[in-house]
Design a protein around this ligand. Structure first.
Ligand SMILES: Cc1ncc(COP(=O)(O)O)c(C=O)c1O
Length: 257
């Protein structure tokens, strides 16, 4: 695993930042996670645009030229790997980039719902304050599920702990609207563009009419769901999920060649 801290490249386990960095002390900073296909990141421009949006929202300086230069150098050093590229910018001013292996995940998941309320001030920003998302995942796993589905106290279904959420009804693919204060996921937007997903408010009641559902993110692409709490989905993966995944793969191939 290779890392770059302010342009200094070396093994990730030897990379260091000062313990006074408020990125560490307060989870104050911005990040991105991209998938590398043979060493090439998919959706780099979209991820960098979201990073700039997060930095603007957090009032965090972003040196785009230095980042682009350091990113090119790290990717060159990493070579044609399949994995995850992380970009982390801390309040202490560190630019951290690293390449890590893909996480192991079940091909088909069962998710448990977890109560979650967006906090209104950092909504839509990809900040490094992920303790709530990680806790949601742990709570769901404690109940025997593979992942968490975040649902507001009013019953609005939002997204996964680290993924966008999609469901299918009468053969049509749906995903919750950005106005529900979810993360503007790059994969979600790609699936709206290439797989005809439509934004619609989702409640727990809505899910009882669902034929299929899946989670989507840069790292996992499309992960079919077999169950949401006690609700068993008819098909995992069903035809609309398979079509959406194929359309995403096509978009990736079209961009990366
Ligand atoms: C809360 C949340 N929603 C959605 C996503 C998926 O975003 P993307 O498609 O940009 O990877 C992530 C990714 O980490 C996330 O953390």
């Amino acid at each position: 695993m290779l890392a770059s801290v302010d342009g200094e490249i070396g093994p990730a386990e030897h990379a260091r930042i000062p313990i006074t960095d408020e990125g560490l002390l307060r989870g104050d900073g911005a990040f991105e996670g991209l998938r590398l296909y043979s060493g090439r990141p998919f959706g780099l421009d979209d991820h960098l645009a979201r990073l700039a949006h997060t930095c603007a929202g957090l009032r965090l300086d972003l040196d785009e030229r230095a980042l682009a230069h350091e990113l090119a150098q790290l990717l060159e050093a990493a070579g044609p790997v399949d994995g995850v590229l992380r970009i982390v910018l801390t309040r202490g001013g560190r630019r951290i980039l690293f390449v890590e292996p893909l996480p192991r995940r079940p091909r088909i998941a069962r998710v448990g719902t977890v109560r979650y309320a967006p906090n209104r001030i950092t909504d839509g920003l990809k900040t490094i304050s992920y303790a709530a998302n990680d806790l949601a995942l742990r709570l769901a796993r404690e109940q025997g599920f593979d992942d968490a589905l975040l649902v507001t106290p009013h019953g609005r279904v939002l997204e996964g702990a680290t993924s966008a959420f999609f469901w299918v009804r009468d053969g049509q693919l749906f995903t919750p609207p950005i106005e529900d204060r979810i993360l503007p996921s790059v994969t979600r937007q790609t699936l709206i563009d290439v797989a005809g997903a439509v934004e619609e408010v989702c409640t727990l009641d809505t899910l009882h009419g669902a034929e299929e559902a899946f989670l989507a993110s840069s790292v996992r692409e499309v992960q079919p769901l077999a169950a949401i709490d006690e609700l068993q989905l008819k098909a995992a993966p069903g035809p609309v999920t398979l079509h959406a995944h194929a359309a995403l793969r096509q978009a990736i191939e079209a961009e990366l060649g």
